[in-house]
Design a protein around this ligand. Structure first.
Ligand SMILES: Cc1cc2nc3c(=O)[nH]c(=O)nc-3n(C[C@H](O)[C@H](O)[C@H](O)COP(=O)(O)OP(=O)(O)OC[C@H]3O[C@@H](n4cnc5c(N)ncnc54)[C@H](O)[C@@H]3O)c2cc1C
Length: 407
Protein backbone atom coordinates (compact mmCIF):
# COMPACT_ATOMS: atom_id res chain seq x y z
CA UNK A 1 0.00 0.00 0.00
CA UNK A 2 1.27 3.49 -0.87
CA UNK A 3 2.22 5.78 2.02
CA UNK A 4 0.77 9.24 2.58
CA UNK A 5 1.62 12.50 4.31
CA UNK A 6 0.32 13.23 7.84
CA UNK A 7 -2.85 14.92 6.59
CA UNK A 8 -3.58 12.05 4.18
CA UNK A 9 -4.19 14.46 1.29
CA UNK A 10 -1.04 13.33 -0.61
CA UNK A 11 -0.23 9.75 -1.54
CA UNK A 12 3.50 9.50 -2.17
CA UNK A 13 4.40 8.37 -5.67
CA UNK A 14 7.99 7.33 -4.90
CA UNK A 15 8.83 3.80 -6.03
CA UNK A 16 10.11 2.92 -2.55
CA UNK A 17 11.00 4.25 0.86
CA UNK A 18 14.40 3.20 2.24
CA UNK A 19 15.32 3.37 5.94
CA UNK A 20 19.12 3.55 6.11
CA UNK A 21 20.72 2.81 9.49
CA UNK A 22 24.11 4.44 8.91
CA UNK A 23 25.38 7.54 7.17
CA UNK A 24 27.36 5.21 4.89
CA UNK A 25 24.05 3.64 3.79
CA UNK A 26 22.60 7.11 3.13
CA UNK A 27 25.61 7.94 0.94
CA UNK A 28 25.26 4.68 -1.01
CA UNK A 29 21.50 5.13 -1.46
CA UNK A 30 21.92 8.69 -2.74
CA UNK A 31 24.86 7.87 -5.02
CA UNK A 32 22.97 4.91 -6.53
CA UNK A 33 19.63 6.69 -7.13
CA UNK A 34 18.50 8.71 -10.13
CA UNK A 35 15.72 10.44 -8.18
CA UNK A 36 15.86 10.74 -4.39
CA UNK A 37 14.41 12.86 -1.59
CA UNK A 38 14.65 12.82 2.19
CA UNK A 39 11.45 12.40 4.16
CA UNK A 40 10.81 13.94 7.59
CA UNK A 41 7.72 13.34 9.71
CA UNK A 42 5.49 14.04 6.65
CA UNK A 43 3.69 17.05 8.11
CA UNK A 44 3.75 19.05 4.85
CA UNK A 45 0.48 19.44 2.99
CA UNK A 46 1.80 19.55 -0.59
CA UNK A 47 4.12 17.37 -2.71
CA UNK A 48 7.36 18.93 -1.40
CA UNK A 49 8.50 15.64 0.20
CA UNK A 50 7.46 13.37 -2.68
CA UNK A 51 9.82 11.86 -5.23
CA UNK A 52 7.81 10.43 -8.13
CA UNK A 53 9.24 7.11 -9.36
CA UNK A 54 12.30 7.50 -7.16
CA UNK A 55 13.48 6.80 -3.62
CA UNK A 56 12.42 8.51 -0.40
CA UNK A 57 14.86 8.22 2.49
CA UNK A 58 13.32 7.96 5.95
CA UNK A 59 16.18 8.67 8.38
CA UNK A 60 14.36 7.72 11.60
CA UNK A 61 16.54 4.60 12.11
CA UNK A 62 19.87 6.38 11.58
CA UNK A 63 22.48 5.51 14.26
CA UNK A 64 23.39 9.15 15.05
CA UNK A 65 23.27 10.40 18.66
CA UNK A 66 22.56 13.98 19.80
CA UNK A 67 25.58 15.81 21.26
CA UNK A 68 25.32 18.83 23.54
CA UNK A 69 28.21 21.30 23.60
CA UNK A 70 27.75 23.20 26.86
CA UNK A 71 30.62 25.65 26.21
CA UNK A 72 29.45 26.58 22.73
CA UNK A 73 25.76 26.48 23.79
CA UNK A 74 24.82 24.29 20.83
CA UNK A 75 23.29 20.88 20.30
CA UNK A 76 24.04 18.66 17.30
CA UNK A 77 21.10 16.40 16.49
CA UNK A 78 20.26 13.69 13.96
CA UNK A 79 18.15 15.00 11.07
CA UNK A 80 15.12 12.98 12.10
CA UNK A 81 15.11 14.12 15.75
CA UNK A 82 11.74 15.59 16.74
CA UNK A 83 11.73 19.07 18.25
CA UNK A 84 9.77 17.80 21.25
CA UNK A 85 12.51 15.28 22.12
CA UNK A 86 15.37 17.73 21.51
CA UNK A 87 13.60 20.24 23.74
CA UNK A 88 13.40 17.86 26.71
CA UNK A 89 17.09 16.97 26.35
CA UNK A 90 18.40 20.54 26.19
CA UNK A 91 16.02 21.72 28.92
CA UNK A 92 17.37 19.09 31.31
CA UNK A 93 20.84 20.54 30.68
CA UNK A 94 19.67 24.11 31.43
CA UNK A 95 19.21 25.26 27.83
CA UNK A 96 16.37 26.21 25.49
CA UNK A 97 15.73 26.72 21.79
CA UNK A 98 14.78 30.35 21.15
CA UNK A 99 11.47 29.37 19.58
CA UNK A 100 9.27 26.44 18.54
CA UNK A 101 6.40 25.85 16.12
CA UNK A 102 2.83 25.22 17.24
CA UNK A 103 3.52 21.48 17.25
CA UNK A 104 6.61 19.69 18.63
CA UNK A 105 6.13 16.55 16.50
CA UNK A 106 8.10 17.48 13.34
CA UNK A 107 11.69 16.49 12.54
CA UNK A 108 14.39 19.13 12.80
CA UNK A 109 15.58 18.61 9.20
CA UNK A 110 12.06 18.71 7.74
CA UNK A 111 11.15 21.76 9.80
CA UNK A 112 14.13 23.91 8.87
CA UNK A 113 13.94 22.80 5.20
CA UNK A 114 10.66 24.76 4.92
CA UNK A 115 11.56 27.67 7.26
CA UNK A 116 8.94 26.64 9.79
CA UNK A 117 8.35 29.30 12.46
CA UNK A 118 6.58 30.12 15.70
CA UNK A 119 5.52 33.62 16.75
CA UNK A 120 7.14 36.67 18.38
CA UNK A 121 8.25 40.01 16.99
CA UNK A 122 11.85 39.28 17.94
CA UNK A 123 11.80 35.55 17.18
CA UNK A 124 13.20 34.35 13.86
CA UNK A 125 12.15 31.12 12.15
CA UNK A 126 13.48 27.83 13.54
CA UNK A 127 15.88 27.64 10.58
CA UNK A 128 17.73 30.68 11.93
CA UNK A 129 18.97 28.64 14.91
CA UNK A 130 20.90 26.29 12.58
CA UNK A 131 24.59 27.10 12.88
CA UNK A 132 25.84 24.10 10.93
CA UNK A 133 24.72 21.05 9.03
CA UNK A 134 26.00 17.90 7.37
CA UNK A 135 24.69 17.15 3.88
CA UNK A 136 24.98 14.11 1.61
CA UNK A 137 25.09 15.53 -1.91
CA UNK A 138 24.12 13.89 -5.21
CA UNK A 139 27.38 11.97 -5.73
CA UNK A 140 27.25 10.54 -2.18
CA UNK A 141 29.78 13.04 -0.77
CA UNK A 142 29.36 14.11 2.85
CA UNK A 143 29.82 17.89 3.17
CA UNK A 144 29.64 20.11 6.24
CA UNK A 145 28.45 23.72 6.24
CA UNK A 146 28.97 26.36 8.91
CA UNK A 147 26.49 29.26 9.04
CA UNK A 148 25.79 29.08 5.29
CA UNK A 149 22.67 31.12 4.44
CA UNK A 150 21.95 29.14 1.28
CA UNK A 151 21.73 25.55 2.51
CA UNK A 152 19.43 25.60 5.56
CA UNK A 153 16.06 26.30 3.92
CA UNK A 154 16.88 23.71 1.27
CA UNK A 155 13.40 22.27 0.44
CA UNK A 156 15.16 18.91 0.12
CA UNK A 157 16.58 20.19 -3.17
CA UNK A 158 20.28 20.26 -2.24
CA UNK A 159 20.82 16.82 -0.73
CA UNK A 160 20.04 14.74 2.35
CA UNK A 161 20.80 16.40 5.68
CA UNK A 162 22.08 13.90 8.22
CA UNK A 163 22.98 16.12 11.22
CA UNK A 164 22.26 19.72 12.25
CA UNK A 165 23.76 21.98 14.91
CA UNK A 166 21.34 24.33 16.67
CA UNK A 167 22.16 27.43 18.72
CA UNK A 168 20.80 27.37 22.27
CA UNK A 169 19.85 30.02 24.82
CA UNK A 170 19.55 29.64 28.61
CA UNK A 171 16.41 27.80 29.68
CA UNK A 172 13.43 29.99 30.65
CA UNK A 173 9.88 29.83 31.94
CA UNK A 174 6.73 31.21 30.34
CA UNK A 175 3.07 31.47 31.21
CA UNK A 176 0.26 31.23 28.67
CA UNK A 177 -2.79 33.49 28.95
CA UNK A 178 -5.74 33.40 26.55
CA UNK A 179 -8.15 36.29 25.96
CA UNK A 180 -11.53 36.16 24.22
CA UNK A 181 -13.04 38.76 21.91
CA UNK A 182 -10.45 41.35 20.82
CA UNK A 183 -12.01 44.03 18.65
CA UNK A 184 -10.58 44.45 15.16
CA UNK A 185 -10.21 48.16 15.90
CA UNK A 186 -7.86 47.39 18.83
CA UNK A 187 -6.00 44.83 16.74
CA UNK A 188 -5.36 47.44 14.03
CA UNK A 189 -4.71 50.52 16.17
CA UNK A 190 -2.61 48.86 18.86
CA UNK A 191 -1.07 46.11 16.76
CA UNK A 192 2.52 46.68 17.89
CA UNK A 193 1.63 46.94 21.58
CA UNK A 194 -0.38 43.72 21.35
CA UNK A 195 2.49 41.88 19.68
CA UNK A 196 4.88 43.28 22.31
CA UNK A 197 2.68 42.05 25.16
CA UNK A 198 4.43 38.66 25.19
CA UNK A 199 7.42 36.66 24.01
CA UNK A 200 5.09 34.99 21.52
CA UNK A 201 1.60 36.22 20.61
CA UNK A 202 -1.03 34.56 18.37
CA UNK A 203 -4.45 35.85 17.36
CA UNK A 204 -7.16 33.42 16.18
CA UNK A 205 -10.05 34.40 13.90
CA UNK A 206 -12.31 33.16 11.10
CA UNK A 207 -12.17 36.61 9.38
CA UNK A 208 -15.97 36.92 9.31
CA UNK A 209 -16.90 37.57 12.95
CA UNK A 210 -17.00 41.06 14.44
CA UNK A 211 -14.14 40.38 16.87
CA UNK A 212 -10.95 38.31 16.88
CA UNK A 213 -11.97 35.11 18.70
CA UNK A 214 -8.87 34.65 20.88
CA UNK A 215 -5.43 36.11 21.63
CA UNK A 216 -2.81 33.75 23.10
CA UNK A 217 -0.04 35.53 25.00
CA UNK A 218 3.02 33.50 25.97
CA UNK A 219 5.18 35.66 28.23
CA UNK A 220 6.84 36.08 31.57
CA UNK A 221 4.41 38.52 33.22
CA UNK A 222 0.68 38.74 33.93
CA UNK A 223 -0.81 40.63 30.94
CA UNK A 224 -3.79 41.88 33.01
CA UNK A 225 -7.42 40.73 33.09
CA UNK A 226 -8.48 43.28 30.47
CA UNK A 227 -6.29 42.85 27.40
CA UNK A 228 -6.87 45.78 25.05
CA UNK A 229 -10.59 45.26 25.70
CA UNK A 230 -10.50 41.43 25.38
CA UNK A 231 -11.57 39.28 28.37
CA UNK A 232 -9.43 36.65 30.12
CA UNK A 233 -10.70 33.20 29.08
CA UNK A 234 -12.60 31.35 31.81
CA UNK A 235 -11.10 27.96 30.87
CA UNK A 236 -8.62 26.28 28.53
CA UNK A 237 -9.12 27.02 24.87
CA UNK A 238 -8.33 25.18 21.63
CA UNK A 239 -7.45 27.56 18.75
CA UNK A 240 -10.56 26.25 16.97
CA UNK A 241 -12.73 26.65 20.12
CA UNK A 242 -15.33 28.53 18.08
CA UNK A 243 -15.63 25.49 15.78
CA UNK A 244 -16.38 23.33 18.83
CA UNK A 245 -12.94 21.68 19.28
CA UNK A 246 -11.94 20.76 22.87
CA UNK A 247 -8.62 21.87 24.40
CA UNK A 248 -7.47 18.37 25.49
CA UNK A 249 -4.40 18.37 23.18
CA UNK A 250 -3.32 21.93 24.08
CA UNK A 251 -0.44 23.02 26.31
CA UNK A 252 -1.24 24.45 29.79
CA UNK A 253 -2.97 27.85 29.83
CA UNK A 254 -4.65 30.04 32.49
CA UNK A 255 -1.35 31.74 33.39
CA UNK A 256 0.36 28.76 35.03
CA UNK A 257 4.13 29.20 34.58
CA UNK A 258 6.09 26.31 33.09
CA UNK A 259 9.16 25.44 31.05
CA UNK A 260 9.48 27.08 27.62
CA UNK A 261 8.94 23.85 25.65
CA UNK A 262 5.63 23.15 27.44
CA UNK A 263 4.25 26.62 26.70
CA UNK A 264 5.57 27.79 23.29
CA UNK A 265 3.93 24.99 21.22
CA UNK A 266 0.14 25.19 21.27
CA UNK A 267 -0.08 21.39 21.14
CA UNK A 268 1.29 18.64 23.37
CA UNK A 269 3.76 16.08 22.02
CA UNK A 270 1.79 13.09 23.36
CA UNK A 271 -1.41 14.05 21.48
CA UNK A 272 -2.39 14.50 17.82
CA UNK A 273 -1.69 18.20 17.14
CA UNK A 274 -4.18 20.76 15.88
CA UNK A 275 -7.50 19.26 14.73
CA UNK A 276 -6.06 16.25 12.87
CA UNK A 277 -8.44 16.12 9.92
CA UNK A 278 -7.42 19.33 8.15
CA UNK A 279 -5.42 21.12 5.48
CA UNK A 280 -3.23 24.20 5.94
CA UNK A 281 -2.08 27.29 4.05
CA UNK A 282 0.04 30.20 5.28
CA UNK A 283 1.03 33.52 3.75
CA UNK A 284 3.62 36.05 4.90
CA UNK A 285 3.59 39.80 4.20
CA UNK A 286 6.08 42.47 5.31
CA UNK A 287 5.17 43.83 8.74
CA UNK A 288 4.60 47.35 7.41
CA UNK A 289 1.56 45.99 5.50
CA UNK A 290 0.12 44.11 8.51
CA UNK A 291 -3.09 46.10 8.87
CA UNK A 292 -3.75 46.40 5.12
CA UNK A 293 -3.24 42.64 4.69
CA UNK A 294 -5.63 41.80 7.54
CA UNK A 295 -8.17 44.22 6.07
CA UNK A 296 -7.77 42.60 2.62
CA UNK A 297 -8.61 39.19 4.07
CA UNK A 298 -11.53 40.48 6.10
CA UNK A 299 -12.92 41.72 2.80
CA UNK A 300 -13.30 38.07 1.70
CA UNK A 301 -14.04 36.76 5.23
CA UNK A 302 -17.49 35.52 4.15
CA UNK A 303 -15.79 33.27 1.55
CA UNK A 304 -13.02 32.05 3.87
CA UNK A 305 -15.12 31.27 6.97
CA UNK A 306 -17.19 28.34 5.58
CA UNK A 307 -14.01 26.42 4.65
CA UNK A 308 -12.00 27.38 7.75
CA UNK A 309 -11.58 25.61 11.06
CA UNK A 310 -9.53 28.56 12.30
CA UNK A 311 -6.98 31.11 11.13
CA UNK A 312 -3.92 32.24 13.14
CA UNK A 313 -2.12 35.59 12.91
CA UNK A 314 1.52 35.61 14.09
CA UNK A 315 4.71 37.61 13.65
CA UNK A 316 8.16 36.40 12.58
CA UNK A 317 11.44 38.32 12.69
CA UNK A 318 13.41 38.68 9.46
CA UNK A 319 16.52 36.73 8.49
CA UNK A 320 19.04 36.39 5.68
CA UNK A 321 18.42 32.77 4.64
CA UNK A 322 18.12 32.64 0.86
CA UNK A 323 14.77 30.83 0.52
CA UNK A 324 13.30 31.86 3.85
CA UNK A 325 9.97 33.69 3.41
CA UNK A 326 11.33 36.02 6.12
CA UNK A 327 14.37 36.93 4.04
CA UNK A 328 14.86 40.66 4.14
CA UNK A 329 12.67 41.71 7.06
CA UNK A 330 10.02 40.98 9.67
CA UNK A 331 6.74 39.53 8.40
CA UNK A 332 3.16 39.04 9.49
CA UNK A 333 2.17 35.37 9.24
CA UNK A 334 -1.41 34.64 8.16
CA UNK A 335 -2.14 30.96 8.74
CA UNK A 336 -5.26 28.99 7.72
CA UNK A 337 -6.34 25.63 9.17
CA UNK A 338 -8.90 24.45 6.64
CA UNK A 339 -11.59 21.84 6.75
CA UNK A 340 -10.41 18.82 4.68
CA UNK A 341 -12.03 20.13 1.49
CA UNK A 342 -9.13 20.45 -0.91
CA UNK A 343 -11.12 21.53 -3.98
CA UNK A 344 -12.74 24.36 -2.04
CA UNK A 345 -9.36 25.39 -0.60
CA UNK A 346 -7.67 25.31 -4.00
CA UNK A 347 -10.41 27.52 -5.41
CA UNK A 348 -9.75 30.11 -2.70
CA UNK A 349 -5.95 30.23 -2.98
CA UNK A 350 -5.76 32.37 -6.15
CA UNK A 351 -8.31 34.79 -4.67
CA UNK A 352 -6.25 35.15 -1.48
CA UNK A 353 -2.96 35.43 -3.36
CA UNK A 354 -4.42 38.14 -5.59
CA UNK A 355 -5.60 40.08 -2.51
CA UNK A 356 -2.19 39.81 -0.87
CA UNK A 357 -0.09 40.29 -4.03
CA UNK A 358 0.28 44.09 -3.62
CA UNK A 359 2.13 43.44 -0.36
CA UNK A 360 4.82 41.13 -1.80
CA UNK A 361 3.30 37.96 -0.32
CA UNK A 362 5.27 34.74 0.09
CA UNK A 363 3.68 31.39 1.07
CA UNK A 364 4.81 28.72 3.56
CA UNK A 365 6.80 26.16 1.53
CA UNK A 366 5.17 23.22 3.31
CA UNK A 367 1.50 24.16 2.98
CA UNK A 368 -1.01 24.60 0.12
CA UNK A 369 -0.32 27.53 -2.23
CA UNK A 370 -0.15 28.44 -5.92
CA UNK A 371 2.69 30.91 -6.40
CA UNK A 372 5.99 30.83 -4.53
CA UNK A 373 6.60 34.59 -4.48
CA UNK A 374 9.86 36.46 -5.11
CA UNK A 375 13.21 35.76 -3.49
CA UNK A 376 16.21 38.02 -4.19
CA UNK A 377 18.68 35.12 -3.76
CA UNK A 378 16.75 32.62 -5.91
CA UNK A 379 19.39 32.69 -8.68
CA UNK A 380 22.09 31.89 -6.10
CA UNK A 381 20.03 28.99 -4.78
CA UNK A 382 19.52 27.63 -8.29
CA UNK A 383 23.27 27.86 -8.94
CA UNK A 384 24.05 26.06 -5.67
CA UNK A 385 21.52 23.31 -6.49
CA UNK A 386 23.09 22.96 -9.95
CA UNK A 387 26.56 22.66 -8.46
CA UNK A 388 25.63 20.11 -5.75
CA UNK A 389 23.20 18.16 -7.92
CA UNK A 390 24.25 18.56 -11.58
CA UNK A 391 21.95 15.76 -12.85
CA UNK A 392 18.91 16.90 -10.87
CA UNK A 393 18.30 13.81 -8.76
CA UNK A 394 16.81 15.99 -5.98
CA UNK A 395 14.85 18.09 -8.50
CA UNK A 396 11.33 16.81 -7.81
CA UNK A 397 8.27 18.28 -9.59
CA UNK A 398 7.75 20.63 -6.61
CA UNK A 399 11.31 21.94 -6.92
CA UNK A 400 11.03 22.23 -10.71
CA UNK A 401 7.82 24.26 -10.43
CA UNK A 402 8.61 26.54 -7.54
CA UNK A 403 12.40 26.91 -7.65
CA UNK A 404 13.26 26.45 -11.33
CA UNK A 405 10.06 28.01 -12.70
CA UNK A 406 9.18 25.01 -14.91
CA UNK A 407 5.55 24.24 -15.72
C1 LIG B 1 -0.61 20.22 12.78
C2 LIG B 1 0.46 21.01 12.12
C3 LIG B 1 0.89 22.20 12.71
C4 LIG B 1 1.90 22.96 12.10
N1 LIG B 1 2.33 24.10 12.72
C5 LIG B 1 3.27 24.86 12.12
C6 LIG B 1 3.74 26.05 12.74
O1 LIG B 1 3.39 26.38 13.86
N2 LIG B 1 4.61 26.83 12.04
C7 LIG B 1 5.03 26.50 10.80
O2 LIG B 1 5.82 27.25 10.21
N3 LIG B 1 4.66 25.32 10.21
C8 LIG B 1 3.80 24.51 10.86
N4 LIG B 1 3.43 23.34 10.27
C9 LIG B 1 4.08 22.92 9.04
C10 LIG B 1 5.28 22.03 9.33
O3 LIG B 1 6.08 22.60 10.33
C11 LIG B 1 6.13 21.89 8.06
O4 LIG B 1 5.34 21.31 7.10
C12 LIG B 1 7.42 21.09 8.28
O5 LIG B 1 8.25 21.25 7.15
C13 LIG B 1 7.14 19.62 8.48
O6 LIG B 1 8.35 18.94 8.81
P1 LIG B 1 8.46 17.37 8.55
O7 LIG B 1 9.55 16.83 9.42
O8 LIG B 1 7.14 16.72 8.69
O9 LIG B 1 8.97 17.35 7.04
P2 LIG B 1 8.35 16.63 5.74
O10 LIG B 1 6.99 17.14 5.47
O11 LIG B 1 8.51 15.17 5.85
O12 LIG B 1 9.39 17.20 4.65
C14 LIG B 1 9.45 18.58 4.41
C15 LIG B 1 10.63 18.93 3.50
O13 LIG B 1 11.83 18.70 4.22
C16 LIG B 1 12.70 17.90 3.45
N5 LIG B 1 13.48 17.09 4.36
C17 LIG B 1 13.05 16.32 5.39
N6 LIG B 1 14.09 15.71 5.97
C18 LIG B 1 15.20 16.09 5.27
C19 LIG B 1 16.57 15.76 5.36
N7 LIG B 1 17.03 14.92 6.27
N8 LIG B 1 17.42 16.30 4.46
C20 LIG B 1 16.97 17.16 3.51
N9 LIG B 1 15.69 17.51 3.38
C21 LIG B 1 14.82 16.97 4.26
C22 LIG B 1 11.77 17.04 2.58
O14 LIG B 1 12.46 16.55 1.43
C23 LIG B 1 10.73 18.07 2.23
O15 LIG B 1 11.21 18.85 1.18
C24 LIG B 1 2.46 22.54 10.86
C25 LIG B 1 2.03 21.34 10.28
C26 LIG B 1 1.05 20.58 10.90
C27 LIG B 1 0.63 19.28 10.28
Amino acid sequence: MRETNWAGNRTFTAERILRPRTIEQVREAVAGATAVKALGSRHCFNDIADCPGGVQLDLSALDVEAELDVDAATVTVPASARYGDVAVQVHEAGFALANLASLPHCTVAGTVATATHGSGRRNQSLASAVSGLELVTADGDLRTYDRHDGVVVGLGALGVVTRLTLDLVPSFELRQDVFDGLSWESAYERFEEIQDAGYSVSMFTNWARDTIDQVWVKGSGQPGADFFGARAADGPRHPAHAAGIRADNCTRQLGVPGPWHERIPHFRLDFTPSVGNELQTEYFVPMKHAVEAMEALRGIGHRLAPVLLVSEIRTVAGDGLWLSPFHGGDRLALHFTWRPEEDAVRALLPVMEERLAPFGVRPHWGKLFHHAGDYPRLADFRALAGELDPHGKFRSPFVRRHVFGER
